[in-house]
Write a protein that binds this ligand. Sequence first.
Ligand SMILES: NC(=O)c1ccc[n+]([C@@H]2O[C@H](COP(=O)([O-])OP(=O)(O)OC[C@H]3O[C@@H](n4cnc5c(N)ncnc54)[C@H](OP(=O)(O)O)[C@@H]3O)[C@@H](O)[C@H]2O)c1
Length: 511
Amino acid sequence: MENLNLIANKSTDRIAEIFYGRTIFISGATGFVGKALLEKLLRITQVKRIYVLIRNKKGKSANDRLQNLFTNVLFETVLSVKPSCTKKCTAINGDVNEVDLGISPAYRQTLINEVNFIFHCAASTRFDDSMRTAFVLNVRGTKYMLDLAEQCKHLMLFVHISTAYAFHLEAKTLEKEYKSAINPHDILKDLNCLDGSFGKKDVSELSGDLIYLRRLLQKVPNSYTFSKSLAETLVYEKVGKIPIIICRPAIVIPSYEDPFPGWFNNLQGPMGLFVAAGKGVMRSIYMDCKTSANLCPIDSTVGSIMMFSWHYLTTKNSPYIFNLCVPQTDIRVTWEEILEAGKDVIKTKVPFNGILWYPGGTMTKNRLYDQFNFVCFQLIPALLIDFLLFLLGYKPLLYKVQMRIRKGGDMFEYFTTKNWSFETTNLETVREKLTDHERKSYMVKVEKIDMKKYLTQCMLACRRNYLKETDDTLPAAKRNMKIMFCLDRIVKIGFFVFLAYYMFKIFKFLL
Ligand SMILES: NC(=O)c1ccc[n+]([C@@H]2O[C@H](COP(=O)([O-])OP(=O)(O)OC[C@H]3O[C@@H](n4cnc5c(N)ncnc54)[C@H](OP(=O)(O)O)[C@@H]3O)[C@@H](O)[C@H]2O)c1
């Protein structure tokens, strides 16, 4: 029997219907969100063509990269039910960093003539990119995408993927326009004002605006959220001129169900923390574990983006800004609950191969305690092991790994130490207009999530698809985990016996 969730039935799926026979243009389709969106469009709709903006990378052409995309496990389902769907996709060689997206004039004309929907997902998503790098891609790149959209003769909708974290101006981020801290056009006039050397310039060399910008740049939490806020500002300017919606996802996590549970694309998000913790190399993280985690599974993210597109096109006076995370009324889960459940899964159900130590450690909002744990349980052991590797003639590597993990944790801190709250009225209102079938097909209501079951699926998918650890190695990994547990306890008991012995000796000496 055909799984209703896998292929939409045109007559019962009003969302799929808006894409019927349409031409789509997607940027960022090799990334987490873009890839899942491409897959869902191919699987569940009857689009005419999908143009995908891809840059040449690591010696691979845009077309090679597109073909390679379809080898991702995510596409297995759609390829099994629609084997020729990839023929609908055309790679367009381009680069969002370049003027006018670096697209050839011929392809640009094709897009102008044919495109009905634009999904702009490409972005610099590294929180530690330089301000210039983030600005060029996220802000100037968005400007070029909007310029193209304005020229498209048959554009029905431009979907801008922003982030729920772009603005933190009030306790709860509402689904409305916010004023960015600076006018992006002021920076677009001269990108040099973002360079590192600018920050060091003497105040006397700067005009009033630039002094303000320098002070501002010193205060912004990271280049990512700052540049995304400026990009949104550019999008607001086009509202009313072209059909536009802005989708602001919170933290996107692996798929809940569709097309299979646990799929994710890279280790940048929470899965990176789980892998580092599961391998035993990460033992401390600075976070407020009591704060709520604002998460959205990727299948729900993509389904919601498609649902918002449908709503905007079919409803008079539809809102055009949508915050996107699982509403707190559906699921309320703290970071502590997630990490504790994850630790349990990693230790007992789905351990990884080749772990360095028994997974454990602390989450704390005490900076000093976190630093202490990091130095004692991550840094010093890493240096010792590296020294041993060096003596044995191998290349030391753990110090580097630890520094990368630390940097990743530091970058995540902005999102996990504040009590973020997002209005989700539009998501809740729009999904109520769907039929049960549509709600299920687009995964826009994820209720009663069994965190342990979900994380078990995520870790299994992570082992298989990301770490390339086959399931037949699970029993050995479980045995190894038990050995590591014993070793961990022996070392800990040994350490305390040693400590007690010397305390006793000192005490005796003092008496
Ligand atoms: N993932 C999340 O948790 C999350 C949360 C909130 C909002 N968002 C937003 O969702 C959107 C997609 O995020 P993501 O997680 O999918 O990011 P991602 O996995 O890092 O993917 C980024 C995409 O942008 C493309 N890209 C980067 N530089 C490019 C360039 N110069 N020219 C053309 N393409 C370029 C990348 O292509 P290459 O393969 O060529 O590098 C990749 O396809 C972003 O706007 C992000 O801000 C994501």
